[in-house]
Design a protein around this ligand. Sequence first.
Ligand code: ZN
Length: 226
Amino acid sequence: MKKNDAIDVMNEELLAVAVKTGFPSPLSSNPSNLSDEEKIESIAEKFRDIMVILGLDLEDESLMRTPKRVAKMYVKEIFSGLNEDNFPEIRFSENNYDHEKSGNMVFVKINVNSFCEHHFVPVIGTAYVAYIPRKKLIGLSKIPRIMKFFAKRPQLQERLGAQVADCLSTLLETPSVAVSITAQHYCMIARGIEDFTSHTTTNVLKGEFRDNPEMQKQFFEAINRA
Ligand SMILES: [Zn+2]
């Protein structure tokens, strides 16, 4: 790669904006300053209380380590996207091709694993993400990583799509981003209506994907082929 092909690795300012973009998140304006280890200790204690209240025997060999296990899973895995330090490292490369003129998009299909913020149970599905590059390209594997970052939070499907779309639009400095998510919500499967077949689809269409019927058609055709 020629030296000037590599665009500024991480524009910190852009990144700070990108991490916070999207549908407003109900994140506390006064977050705890606890370290991950302190969070795990504290959540484990509270989860132990929940289990005791439910009538479980915490001396039981199989249950005794559950509080710590759940706490660790919350902090380090399924809700790790609440910690901005976990945003993936992103590098860009320069785009030398006029995608806008030719109407070409970059399209990826991604698995989505998230958690419903109303019930704290899984939301599992597929996301289709497209953008029309301007000056910058991003490694294809970075798009799933960005999706994963925002998915690893208690979420709303609508917000997840909007956050990924806005984040990519900010980082890639292109107005044209589309995100379609089709997912199964375990709060509709394991409880409530107990409907095993229901799927929820949400779309976020920005720039050309919103305003240009031809690009919109290309996006939905790509989904049908994916
Ligand atoms: Zn739910």
